[in-house]
Design a protein around this ligand. Sequence first.
Ligand code: NAD
Ligand code: UDP
Ligand code: UDP
Length: 314
Amino acid sequence: MQKILVTGGAGFLGSHLCERLLRDGHDVLCVDNFYTGGKQNIAHLLGNPYFELMRHDVTFPLYVEVDRIYNLACPASPIHYQFDPVQTTKTSVHGAINMLGLAKRLKARILQASTSEVYGDPEIHPQTEDYWGRVNPVGIRACYDEGKRCAETLFFDYYRQHNLDIKVVRIFNTYGPRMHPNDGRVVSNFIVQALRGEDITIYGDGQQTRSFCYVDDMIEGFVRMMDTERGFTGPINVGNPCEFTMLQLAEEVLKQVGGRSKLAFKALPADDPKQRQPDIAMARDKLGWEPTVQLEDGLRETIAYFKRTLMVAA
Ligand code: NAD
Ligand code: UDP
Ligand code: UDP
């Protein structure tokens, strides 16, 4: 049994990770400032004697005793990270410095939740880990993209300078139960709109692509990466290589939900990447990992979740 810190543990991915680590027999410390996450995501874990919740903002120093750290704290959806962009950069950069300082003092292994956004609007397709990316440093997505890029730099400098035991995963679009209904990300938007019979908002012509990974597959990737031998740092892509256009995604959601929603075309946000698909050869090779959940099946679970939560809210 290890004592494991999960920052951002009350969020979408963090809450699934806390659950998984408890199931694996670990002692979990969840740290979150509830900026985008919520107690409802982890309420069912509060009675577990091996689970502890701490309200804390990672931009401030944190003194706790743990064996391992998963650093997930950061708003992830464009509407949330653009709401207070300075705080977003601080969370990525100051948060990384504090968690790396903590890991250094404790000699603890630390995993960073990085993102496919480090590739920006990519010129190569699919994206491999050695691609350096194409990010607009002054655009509206930069607080997130550059914050995450700088966090990666910090991780690798602590590795080179202080010999820290680091792991960096680059997460591609992930979906599943506990996404926030007002999160603004495409999967939750489409499902919520379809369930409410509202128009499905397609940004641009809907021909841009994303590759969607179901949350359980993603968490399995995190845990496998955390357990690799010391010195294997990544960065490593974790995501589902099955690529869909936003129109195809809308079609699949409508097929499953039924109802009377129509498509409504809206302006494409600035700097919106046109295509994104992970090359997961490294994950297959080093982690023996690949996604197992098809979009159709993952959407069914996610739609069922939103049906339950929207009914409670109504
Ligand atoms: P989320 O918004 O649901 O979770 C983020 C959590 O971090 C929330 O609980 C939030 O309250 C917390 N948080 C934010 N700022 C904080 C701060 N300063 N101090 C403490 N806690 C703070 O998002 P998610 O989808 O679960 O994303 C988790 C991580 O994975 C993020 O780092 C994100 O960048 C990364 N990621 C997610 C995706 C995805 O598709 N879901 C893709 C790429 C990367
Ligand atoms: N830090 C922390 N918890 C710890 C140790 C360090 O939050 O247990 C923070 C500390 O506030 C510092 C940062 O991590 O600002 C970086 O720590 P490091 O030891 O690398 O640098 P220094 O303390 O020399 O600035
Ligand atoms: N998108 C859309 N309708 C929505 C929300 C998003 O068409 O209601 C598009 C968005 O423009 C982008 C894609 O879906 O091209 C994925 O957006 P999301 O915010 O989920 O993730 P990211 O752009 O960060 O990959």
